[in-house]
Design a binder for this molecule. Structure first.
Ligand code: FAD
Ligand code: NAD
Length: 473
């Protein structure tokens, strides 16, 4: 009998496990993922096939692109730049292995009991663990469900693990597809589309919606679309893929665009149209846990299900499917089990698309503020006016700060440009402390840094920017 059993060892589950152990609770974490030799692998989608391997390839591909296209501007001539895909993949895999074994190490250090197998919640806070032929029942005072998500498959383009693949397949191509199709111009499509585009693929993206990145700030999304198109991504909006026919060497995709039927042939096709909660064989009929109409486990603001002592966190519950959101929920639930009054601030979950430049934001965008009838002011600053951005040849994009018209409290920060994720993170810390844009304006920033663009945008919200002519008084 444990204090806590967690099903799923991704960033939501493994962080919850470590936090529970740190709070003095006895805890076991059930995980079904294993390597080809049957060794258990913690870290979930994020470490194994998500955040980390994608960022490793984004970084490698950007270096290749820069070596080919940008170094000569600095007076550095390299001659022919050769690409070694197996070495690039080996580097990515090494980072994944290091981090995955790091989680096992943290479990050992914190005395979290690892349990290998598929977990299923039974009634009475029991968990059935199946590992091959063996079935074990374990019990706990609290259960945390953290089984994450899986790629959505569409009927018109079913995965074949050869040339119609999901994001995991797209992290493992052994050569550069000459022509690459991507269904879905969302976060994964843009990140992985960029990777292969930089390495030389001709990339066509087929997006169902007529609007590009509807969750982002509208004006910024327009700027992003223009920049990515310039980089070589052919993003077709308002497209309906009707069928994808694969043979051994290529995929013929038929799609409807502006009322006409078109056809394109690709060497590889990535389908990345969103992810669905992973609840397959997870819940017995009498376990007392409900799903919502989209298949997510139903929880309240504190990640409690309607069954006392059964919690759910991460991608398997409502809200953005982001590793940091899941981890914070894991910490909150651990603390609540230990009797503390923890909460997650769902208003301040940062979003980042790790393209080059990055797009990142936190809080509200202008469209949301307008819809809510909030009166706001904006302060913007282009990286083209930042000394550091110009010096590093990264002057595309801008920073936008949105603040309440009356109180000056910061309501949203949106950045497209160099180190956007880090800049938004700085602003987010200020927002957590209820900062006004004037507070950021009164703060000293090192020169020359790209962070100065956040300073200037905050100053601009009150008409006080120094390096742009936007004085309002
Ligand atoms: P998961 O990470 O999916 O982990 C769930 C775990 O539960 C898995 O290990 C699974 O094997 C296990 N499991 C499932 N069912 C059972 C069962 N019944 N019994 C036992 N074990 C079970 N997010 C970001 O914040 N930043 C990024 O840069 C980012 N990049 C991404 C890139 C890609 C290509 C993808 C696909 C995703 C990316 N994400 C990113 C999303 C991020 O990976 C997820 O939000 C995050 O992993 C969710 O964490 P989780 O713990 O809820 O679930
Ligand atoms: P997404 O929701 O970001 O994008 C999916 C896109 O596919 C949308 O634009 C949608 O309109 C489109 N689409 C849906 N059905 C379609 C169809 N039939 N034909 C054409 N287009 C269609 O989902 P994703 O890119 O698959 O990513 C899944 C999740 O993983 C996201 O929720 C994201 O939060 C997470 N993720 C995060 C990061 C990050 O934080 N940097 C990176 C990768 C993934």
């Amino acid at each position: 009998m444990y204090d806590v059993v967690i099903i799923g060892g991704g960033p939501a589950g493994y962080v919850a496990a470590i936090k529970c152990a740190q709070l003095g609770l006895s805890v076991a974490c059930v995980e079904s993922m294993s390597d080809s030799e049957g060794n258990q692998k913690y870290g979930g989608t994020c470490l194994n096939v998500g955040c980390i391997p994608s960022k490793a390839l984004l970084d490698s591909s950007q270096r290749f692109y820069e070596a080919n296209n940008d170094l000569s501007k600095h007076g550095i001539n390299t001659g022919e730049v050769k690409l070694d895909i197996p070495a690039m993949m080996e580097r990515k895999d090494k980072i994944v292995t290091q981090l995955v074994s790091g989680v096992s190490g943290l479990f050992k250090a914190n005395k979290v009991t690892p349990i290998q197998g598929h977990g299923k919640l039974l009634s009475g806070k029991k968990v059935e663990v199946t590992n091959g032929e063996s079935i074990e029942i374990i019990e706990a005072s609290n259960i945390i469900l953290a089984t994450g998500s899986k790629p959505i498959e569409i009927n018109s383009a079913t995965f074949n693990n050869n040339n119609i693949v999901d994001s995991t397949g797209a992290l493992e191509f052994s050569s550069i597809p000459k022509k690459l199709g991507v269904i879905g111009a969302g976060v994964i499509g843009l990140e992985l589309g960029s990777v292969w585009c930089r390495l030389g693929s001709e990339v066509t993206m087929l997006e169902a919606l007529p609007e590009f990145l509807p969750m982002a700030d509208k004006k910024m999304a327009k700027e992003v679309y223009k920049e990515f198109t310039k980089q070589g991504l052919d993003i077709k909006l308002g497209c309906k893929v009707t069928q994808a026919k694969a043979n051994k060497t290529n995929v013929k995709v038929e799609y409807e665009e502006n009322g006409s039927i078109n056809e394109k042939v690709f060497d590889k096709l990535i389908v990345c149209v969103g992810r669905a909660p992973n609840t397959k064989d997870l819940l017995s009929d009498d376990c007392g846990v409900d799903l919502d109409d989209r298949g997510f486990i139903k929880v309240d603001d504190f990640c409690s299900t309607k069954e006392p002592g059964v919690w759910a966190v991460g991608d398997v519950v409502r809200g953005p499917m982001l590793a940091h959101k899941g981890s914070e929920e894991g910490v909150m639930v651990a603390e609540r089990i230990a009797g503390k009054h923890a909460a997650v601030n769902y208003d301040l979950v940062p979003s980042v698309i790790y393209t080059h430049p990055e797009l990142a934001w936190v809080g509200k965008n202008e469209e949301e503020l307008k819809a809510e009838g909030v009166e706001y002011k904006t302060g913007s600053f282009p990286f083209a006016a930042s000394g550091r951005a110009l010096a590093t040849d990264e002057s595309v994009g801008s920073v936008k700060v949105l603040a309440d018209k009356l109180t000056d409290t910061i309501l949203g920060i949106h950045v497209f440009g160099p180190s956007a994720a880090e800049l938004v993170q700085q602003g987010l810390i200020a927002m957590e402390f209820g900062s006004s844009s004037e507070d950021i304006g009164l703060t000293m920033f090192s020169h020359p840094t790209v962070s100065e663009a956040l300073h200037e945008a905050a100053l601009a919200a009150n008409g006080h920017a120094i390096h742009i002519g936007n004085r309002k008084r």
